[in-house]
Design a protein around this ligand. Structure first.
Ligand SMILES: [Zn+2]
Length: 391
């Protein structure tokens, strides 16, 4: 990675898709648009996202995940043996249909709009997951680049639907073998192509940590009936992630954990501090933890004091789901509360999550996202001045 200023500003991943981009995603999925036509629309959208980030003063940019349907479902287009299904389609196959339906209603989830990847065959990485998208962005900019990939636990949990997957993968451990192999291949390919940060998204770890063995609080884990104790599940998640990243040098690895980002109605999203996850984070061989702290839901940053000194924090300091723009002072104050016990060199500033997690359901507009990112940049400038290093 080139020289970054102190308190680098970055994004978590997605940015809102424009109307033409949303149309193109829909048309391609239903076979009404050729691949070349789709890529042409996406190329324009990625350039817009990049220009917005540069104008806002983002130090580590992403392509806004413009080509993805959502942050994990897109693997269906890249990996053989995976079928993209809407949550409505999945109703037919899940074991407890009534519970699944109740959950979708309670969580304010549009069952037809949100799609989930499901294992229906033996997995094979037919195409790179993100390498082509990374190369396109790399050709457009000298800025450092972050690529987000779905975490191995999320994929293993969300893709396994018993009646469709069990013949090929009788256990989650068996599926985890192939998932980790595919993600490790992708990580190494991105490293070799010059990617600066690869972030693995594991939003369901909070659900696992906060819920009992039989409770389900997000739709991403809803299909899987077998679930062990939270401790066993979290240890499994640690093991899967370490199998992906361990020993891969020359690229920064990160883990993003949040509490859901599909609705602006905060009351349907999970609540709870990171405390129960910290012992598991300590065992994970990633360099950076990208965590949400802009809302009261996340608890105190004091919990992060227990993380090893060499780990970095991507501190979530603005809420991607609101229209109000956080002030630079609010953001700087959040950062200062962490700087009491973590070195300045290990602190990055980012929003709590993406701005357009699900293509059909962006949680904000591109204009608001730009203003929030600008506020992050302004706060970084304040902090840099305080630490004697302007940029
Ligand atoms: Zn998130």
């Amino acid at each position: 990675m080139g020289s970054l200023p102190l308190f680098p500003v970055t994004v978590v991943g997605s940015l809102p898709r424009s109307k033409p981009m949303q149309d193109a995603l829909r048309k391609r999925q239903s076979g009404r648009m050729t691949e070349a036509e789709f890529q042409a629309v996406a190329d324009v959208a990625v350039r817009e996202c990049l220009n917005m980030q540069i104008a806002a003063g983002v130090d580590i940019v992403s392509d806004g995940e413009q080509r993805r349907d959502n942050f994990y479902s897109f693997v269906a287009e890249k990996v053989e043996g995976v079928r993209l299904m809407s949550l409505a389609d999945m109703l037919e196959y899940v074991e407890d249909k009534a519970a699944f339906e109740r959950l979708l209603n309670a969580l304010d989830v549009p069952a037809f709009a949100i799609k989930n990847p499901v294992v229906v065959g033996k997995l094979r990485r037919a195409r790179p997951l993100a390498l082509d998208d990374f190369r396109f962005l790399k050709n457009l900019t000298d800025r450092a680049i972050k690529v987000a990939l779905p975490g191995p636990y999320l994929l293993t949990r969300s893709m396994w639907v018993k009646s469709l997957s069990a013949d090929l993968y009788p256990t989650k451990e068996a599926l985890g073998e192939d998932v980790t192999r595919i993600l490790r291949e992708e990580l190494i390919a991105l490293r070799d192509a010059g990617c600066d940060i690869v972030q693995f998204d594991e939003p369901v770890l909070t659900e696992v940590a906060f819920a009992g063995p039989h409770a389900t609080h997000t739709f991403m884990c809803a299909a899987l009936s077998e679930k062990s104790s939270p401790e066993a599940e979290l240890s499994f998640a640690v093991d899967l992630l370490n199998r992906v990243v361990e020993g891969v040098e020359g690229v920064k690895t990160a883990l993003h954990v949040c509490r859901g980002n599909w609705s602006r109605n905060e009351s349907v999203l999970l609540q709870g501090a990171y405390d129960p996850l910290i012992p598991y984070f300590c065992r994970m061989k990633v360099r950076q933890f990208v965590l949400e702290y802009a809302t009261e839901r996340a608890g105190s940053v004091e919990a992060l004091a227990a993380l090893p000194e060499d780990r970095e924090i991507g501190l979530g300091v603005c809420n991607p789901r609101t229209s109000e723009i956080e002030t630079a002072e609010f953001i700087a104050a959040k950062a200062r509360s962490l700087l009491k016990f973590r070195p300045a060199e290990t602190l990055y500033l980012n929003p709590d999550c993406g701005f357009g997690t699900f293509a059909d359901r962006p949680v904000n507009t591109l204009e608001t996202a730009a203003m929030k990112l600008r506020a992050l940049h302004d706060a970084a400038q304040v902090l840099r001045a305080e630490h004697g290093r302007g940029a």
